[in-house]
Each structure stands twice: as structure tokens, then as C-alpha cells.
Design a protein around this ligand. Sequence first.
Ligand code: ADP
Ligand code: MG
Length: 687
Amino acid sequence: MVENERLRQEMRRCEAELQELRAKPAGPCPGCEHSQESAQLRDKLSQLQLEMAESKGMLSELNLEVQQKTDRLAEVELRLKDCLAEKAQEEERLSRRLRDSHETIASLRAQSPPVKYVIKTVEVESPKTKQALSESQARNQHLQEQVAMQRQVLKEMEQQLQSSHQLTARLRAQIAMYESELERAHGQMLEEMQSLEEDKNRAIEEAFARAQVEMKAVHENLAGVRTNLLTLQPALRTLTNDYNGLKRQVRGFPLLLQEALRSVKAEIGQAIEEVNSNNQELLRKYRRELQLRKKCHNELVRLKGNIRVIARVRPVTKEDGEGPEATNAVTFDADDDSIIHLLHKGKPVSFELDKVFSPQASQQDVFQEVQALITSCIDGFNVCIFAYGQTGAGKTYTMEGTPENPGINQRALQLLFSEVQEKASDWEYTITVSAAEIYNEVLRDLLGKEPQEKLEIRLCPDGSGQLYVPGLTEFQVQSVDDINKVFEFGHTNRTTEFTNLNEHSSRSHALLIVTVRGMDCSTGLRTTGKLNLVDLAGSERVGKSGAEGSRLREAQHINKSLSALGDVIAALRSRQGHVPFRNSKLTYLLQDSLSGDSKTLMVVQVSPVEKNTSETLYSLKFAERVRSVELGPGLRRAELGSWSSQEHLEWEPACQTPQPSARAHSAPSSGTSSRPGSIRRKLQPSA
Ligand code: ADP
Ligand code: MG
């Protein structure tokens, strides 16, 4: 135990040392195999100690058992002694009684002859003696019985003694057996104890040896760490110096950074301010430029006139045939592109218009002329472009053109798309198109599902004075593809409706209405501009003969609407108080696109050949008259009057053209024409 204690102490010391080593910050190899082994050893040691404790427990148990057995043995011995003592007493008592009995017997033997004698004598001598003899004999008998009984008892006692001896021997044997068992158990226990002790010693030795090896390794490691530490120290010193230097620098860094940030922020702020002010300036300039552009544009259009009339002469075609009838009767002025000469029935007649396009002029050339009008539509102006002329003079060609060489319609929409695209950063635009036809004073939707349905023109219920056509289909378009689809749809509608489209289209007005709605993204300002592209019905007059029924009715309607158009344009140009818009469906429909700041262009189509000179003359006269209305107010009235009457005179009486009520309305009244300014205001309440 002392040795154990000593070893334990040493182990404890070792463990403490180990723990100390482990606690060192720069352990060479934390979790190395030695520590693992040591842990294992420690485990084993504790296990052994546990086993030893168990053995000790067992030993003490055995000791207790031995003690108990010894006690029991002592008890048994005591009992045995008692038994022996008792037996000795009993023996003694019995031997005493035996002795007494012997003595009695001897005394009785000694007494018996006199008795016999007495008996004999008694027998001889007397009954009295006889009785005494029998009594004595009885007594003798009794005594003999008693002796026998005593002998029996003695025998029993002897037997008892014998059995007692036997018991004693048995008990002794048992005791010997117990003793030997005890001795054996003791020997076993001693053996066990010895083996346990040996085990314990061995384990302790092993653990100690291992701990020593471990300790050695740990010591070695420690030495390595120490040397490492020694070599690391200078490096650490320089690192500490560096660190301190850096720390000093870092301490100064936030200030530096803040300084830099402040200056950069200031610079950026300044730059942003500059950019902002520049932007503002640019925006201001841009707005001014826009205003200026609009103004210039307006001025240009004003200079050219809000209502302009141009002529386009188509080339001679195969359809014109050959011979003298198909010869060219139209010539131009090389120095002035607004003059056109016509040789009518051998007489040369000249007309001056805003511009004259020769047959060589391309679709693009013509479009160039109308381009400004179309762009003004984006700025919110309403625009009307009419193609006027006899059938076959090229109205449809100018307005629609051919797929390879499109006319004003498609080019205008294309231009609108590109203009809208250009302004997309500041403005949001939607472009919608409607197509309608006026035939015999009936308005029909060419894009609707029910093209036969009659449409009505109504005044907007919002009190703006604007007109609208309930049920007129409007398609939003975003690309040339969309336009083509819309046009195709319109054509299909018209073709299925009328078997002879050419004839029908020459007797009806075809309208393409393009609406451009815009919103200025920065100001929220909204604009709406309408572009009306009208392919008018043929202007040819119906001959005296042959005009009957439906053809006559058609002619009357065409005449009525074209005269009404002339009247309206004349009234607008002469700034009359009353403009007879309601005299025809066409003028009524286009009312808001003709009045106010609206711009109108009349393209008078001319056929160049000899056989058409009469109609050509009529068309050019119409053109010149429309154009020349814009002279002085007084003159205007005079001109207008003469034109109306002249036109009236030129109509064939066979047509029985009713006197258009427009004329009565358009007739000037001295009261209204004297103050054009106030009239203008009346005309455009919404402007
Ligand atoms: P309208 O619509 O006035 O009845 P069209 O536009 O149908 O007349 O023209 C009649 C014919 O003349 C068509 O075949 C058309 O292609 C041709 N035409 C008209 N103007 C020109 C032109 N400027 N260049 C070439 N062909 C033309
Ligand atoms: Mg046509």
C-alpha cells in the first residue's frame, strides 16, 4: 500500500506536469500519440484500481465469512462442552444411582436369608409369618422389578452415552471439515489477494513505464518548443515593431480617409452640381430649341399657307392609248416649279399653284413636300391631305402607291414611327389608325367587322366641341408590318363589299385617319394630332346624256361633297365667320382637322393627255381658285363669290345639281368678316 501510495503520488505529479505542459500556449503537437497513450494508460490504471477495490471488497467479504464460521465453530464447541458436561453429570448421576442400586441389591442380598428363613419359619410357624413372608416376597418382587428397571435405565443411559459419543465424534469430524474448508478458503483468498496485488503492481509498473516514456517525449517536445521559441523571439520582436508601426499608421488612416472622402465627396458634389446645372441649361436650351423649331415650323407652314395646293401630273400610260388623243398637252416652266401650262383646244392656259410636280417626280419627291405637315402632327396639329382629280389621274397612286413604291400613306406612317422613336426619351406616343369610306353621303368603317353599317358623326359629350364617330374601329400600330396588315384588311373589306372596286373607289372618298397621341414624360403635357389622308372620289363631271338612276345619284353626291369641300376651304382661307362644315359628310367629319390651327394640303392630280384636257382644265381651275382665295379679306369675298358661281355655271344642267346649301351659308355677311380675329377665336374654342 505504501508503495502504491508512493506510485500514485508520483503519477499525480506526472499528471500535473503533463497538464502544465499541455497548458503551454505553443504545444508542439496537441493530440499526439503519447497523450493518447497516456490517456489509455490512465484509463487502464483506473480500471485496475477499480478491480483492486473490488478484490478488496471480496477479501473483506471472505474475512467476514471466516469470522462468522469461526464464531459458529466456537458456539458449536461451547455447546459440545455443555453437552459433555451434562453427559458427565448424567453419567455421574447414573453411576451414583447404579451404585445405590448395587448397594441396595447387596443389602437386600444380605437381608434375604433371614427373610427366607423367616418365611420358612413363618410358613412353619404362623400364618402371620406367612403373610409377612408373602409381603416380603412381594416387596422382593417389587425390588427385583425395580432393579430390572434400574438396569433398563442404565442400559438406556449407556446407549444414550454411546450415541452422545457418536454425536461428539460426528461433530468433531464436522468441525475438522469446517476447519479444513476454512483453511482452504483462507489459502485461496490469500492466493487471490496475491495475484491481485501482482496484477496491480504490474499495471502500475506498466503505466509508470509508459508515463515515463511519454514524459520523455513531452520533455523532448518541450525542448523543441523552447528552442523554437528562442528562434521565434527575434522574429516576434521585429513583427511587434512592424505591428506597432502599422498600428500607428492605421490610427492615422481614418482621418486620412475621411479627409480624402470629404474632398472626393465635395468634388463629386461639385461635378454633379455642374452636370445638373449643365443638364438644366441643356434642357432649357432644348426646350427653347423645341419651341423655336415649332415656331419656325409654324412660320414655315404659315408662309407656305395653312392651306396649300399643289399639282401632280402623272406620266402618259399605256391605258391612255395612242393617236392624237393620247398626245401630251401639259408643259412646265423650267424656271418656276409653281407654273403649269395646258394646251386646251389649241389654246394655251397657264396656272400658278404652290408647287407643280412633273411626271418625272418620284413618290419620294412628293412626300418631301408633305413631310413638314406630317411632322407637325406629332406636335399636336391636325392635318388633312386630299388627293383631288378625275378618275385615272393618279390620286390613288399618290396616296397609296404600289407595294414597290408606296405613296404618302405608308411613308407618312413610317416617318411618324421614326420621329416618335427619336423623341421616345422624352415623349410617349401611341399611334392609331382608322379607315373609312364615304359613299353617297354614307360613312362606313373599312376596318370594322360590319363594313356595311352606317356610321354617324357625333359631337363629343364632354363639351369640347370635338366630333367623333361612335363605332369607328381604331387600330394601334407600331410598325410598318402593322400598317400593311391594316391596309390589307381595309382592302379586303372593300373588295368583298364591291364587285367592281375600281369603279366604286372612283365614286367614293377613302379616308385614312392617323391619330398621334403623345405625353411629355417630364411635364405630363398631352398632345393629340390627327392626320387625315383622303383619296377623294373622281372629280369628272357626268355628261349630259347617259346619267341616270344610281349613276346620277352618285354624281350628285360627289359633286355635292366636292363643292362643299371647296366651300369649306374657301371659307377657312377667307376666314369667314361661318364655315359650312355640315354641308357634307366629308367636311363635317373633318371639321376639327380643317379648322383652327390645322393644316391642309390639296394635291390636284392631272392627266397629261389631250383627251383629258377638259377635266384637267376644270381641276386646275378648282386648284387655283382654292389657292387664290387667300388674298385680302375683301378680295377673298369677291373671289369666293365668283368661284362659287363659276363652278355652279360649269356644272352640267343635266346633273340637276341642287344649289348646295353650303353656298348660302358661305356667302359672306359684312358683319362677320370685318373682324377676323374675333371670328378666329370663335372657330377654335379649345385652342
Ligand atoms: P385615280 O386613283 O386617280 O383614279 P390611279 O392612281 O388609279 O388614278 O392611277 C391610274 C393609273 O395611272 C394607275 O395605273 C397608276 O399606276 C398610274 N399612275 C398614276 N400616277 C402615276 C405616276 N406618278 N407614275 C406612274 N404611274 C402612275
Ligand atoms: Mg383611285
